[in-house]
Design a binder for this molecule. Sequence first.
Ligand code: ADP
Length: 283
Amino acid sequence: MPAAVCLQNVHKVYNNVSVVDDLSLTIEPGEIFGLLGPNGAGKSTTIRMVTTLTRPTQGDIVVAGYDVLRQPFGVKQQIGVVLQQTSVDMDLTVWENMEFHGRMHHIANSRRQKEIDRWLEYVELLDRRNDLVKTLSGGMKRRLQIARALLHQPQILFLDEPTVGLDPQTRRRLWEIIKGLNQQGMTILLTTHYMEEVEYLCNRIGIMDSGKLIALGTLAELRRQHGEGLVMKQNGDRWDYTFFPTMQDAKAFLEQQPDKTGMMLRPSNLEDIFVELTGRNLD
Ligand code: ADP
């Protein structure tokens, strides 16, 4: 089975500025991969290139065995895409949006109706099928986008910041939908700002900054690489962080300190690693 997504030495240059800079990355079938990074890191541009919406300036991108430049239609059949801006038609009903997308993908009528019902039921929108999209909440619109992206039975789903702007409860509901799809075998690549989202959903994480992939691995691997134990020390109104290979090492360090005022010990998390690597907070 070919890799779900394979990028090799990919570059994207806008106005002489390199926004994706020599990116190489392979995502295997069945993964939920999270691409994390601050605003402007190049996450959306990467998704746009992989989903054939933007041409790479240089490099190779192959999706489910299809080359994005030479076989864009092959790629499109294999992928479902949910981008940040809501792309559903507000003046059509839920069902009309699904129907339109199904016809665009030339899905035969009887199968189309079955698939529309199946996916609307999966995202719990079947009872809203005749409502205009503009009457739906933000979370419902996002669920409709996901149902629509799944209608032509893609193997790989791309989600660009799927839960941005949604309240915590709605976000959790979407997480369950995303997790459920992965359990059914769907490969998922998502971009996000939210650490908890990555920690909860993703089996592997890539951190991007200034167009480059600066870290790659499971959360456990990233913690092992950067240090599993953390000593925090209050320094005026900010905290200084020191990583240690293990919690025991951090504890031993703390115990040696003659003055432990303002010092704290805890296991490192993804946010600590992110801040350490990029020098930035996400929010
Ligand atoms: P992210 O999704 O990580 O926030 P983006 O991929 O949206 O990052 O943007 C990366 C950089 O590319 C930003 O500096 C952005 O301004 C720039 N950029 C994105 N799209 C375009 C475009 N169509 N033309 C020029 N610059 C762009």
